[in-house]
Design a protein around this ligand. Structure first.
Ligand SMILES: [Zn+2]
Length: 286
């Protein structure tokens, strides 16, 4: 079976000590392509190196809302340069209100000094997001979007701004079920993470049942979003901290979860996901 990971972070520091071994295990388990998402400038060089070393790696370059404070003065020019170097996607970009609330709570409860610089405010997030979305639209590049608790704003921006003709990915979609159809009409694809197999993720599972079958993708988001313990086929720990992290070879287990959730056979799901992946990302596959 040919498996496609629509979203991971193979460049992540937590995978560093065992990266080549972990990557080889993923390929042995059936992964033929993975979209590796840079989330800030510090990531981009690493993502490019991985893509040059491995044809299975589809590189993606972008600024994630959590890291906007790290932007250098010429980040936009640098992003364009990376996109020019190799066929690539744009991402991970996005909007995140949850991280702002979490920061505020930490300040209130005394866990953080009020002077500590928090994540960038939503207006700034929207500005950076929109700039990157326009860049992707101009070049018709698939774009991977992260959104937490900012669905109304995301929907507004996607409606009024130019979008890539090939479509865009809402990774780990966790928005309202009512928005699935309207966002699909704008060109959205949806990638299901193994994390939604956790008991408490009922609402997110219900939303995925409404995703049009020709817009469904599967992701690990490794090293984040681990499956529940009984489904986790490749337990892995961060070499530095010993904390459990998600292994990209768990993709097959996420496919199994998706097939169960949607009442399909794994091979039926895998065929459709392959087709969907190539529809969205085929233009930048090498
Ligand atoms: Zn991500």
């Amino acid at each position: 079976m040919r498996l496609y990971d629509a979203h991971n972070h193979l460049q992540d520091e937590r995978l560093k000590s065992r990266r080549e071994e972990v990557f080889a295990q993923a390929v042995r388990s059936g992964v033929v392509r993975m979209v590796v998402n840079g989330a800030c400038e510090a990531d981009w060089g690493e993502v490019l190196g991985l893509a040059r070393a491995h044809p299975e790696v589809l590189p993606s370059f972008g600024y994630h809302p959590w890291y906007l404070r790290e932007r250098t003065a010429d980040w936009q020019q640098r992003l364009v340069e990376y996109l020019d170097r190799i066929p690539s996607a744009v991402g991970e970009i996005g909007l995140d209100r949850w991280i702002l609330d979490r920061h505020q709570r930490a300040v209130k409860t005394g866990g953080l000094s009020p002077a500590a610089s928090g994540p960038a405010p939503l207006e700034e997030q929207a500005e950076v997001f929109t700039w990157q979305l326009r860049l992707a639209a101009e070049r018709n590049l698939p774009v991977s979007i992260h959104c937490l608790q900012a669905w109304g704003l995301l929907h507004d921006i996607l409606r009024r701004e130019p979008r890539p003709a090939c479509g865009f990915l809402l990774h780990s979609y966790g928005g309202p079920v009512e928005l699935v159809r309207p966002l699909a009409d704008l060109g959205a694809y949806y990638s299901l993470p193994g994390f939604y197999a956790h008991e408490r993720k009922q609402r997110q599972r219900e939303a995925f049942k409404q995703v049009p079958f020709n817009r469904l993708l599967i992701e690990t988001d490794a090293p984040d979003q681990s499956l529940p313990g009984d489904r986790n086929r490749f337990p892995l720990a961060d070499g530095a901290t010993g904390k459990p992290i998600n292994h990209p070879a768990n993709l097959a287990a996420v496919y199994a979860f998706g097939a169960e959730l949607l009442g399909q056979s794994i091979s039926e799901l895998a065929n459709q996901v392959e087709q969907n992946f190539l529809e969205l990302f085929g233009g930048v596959c090498r």
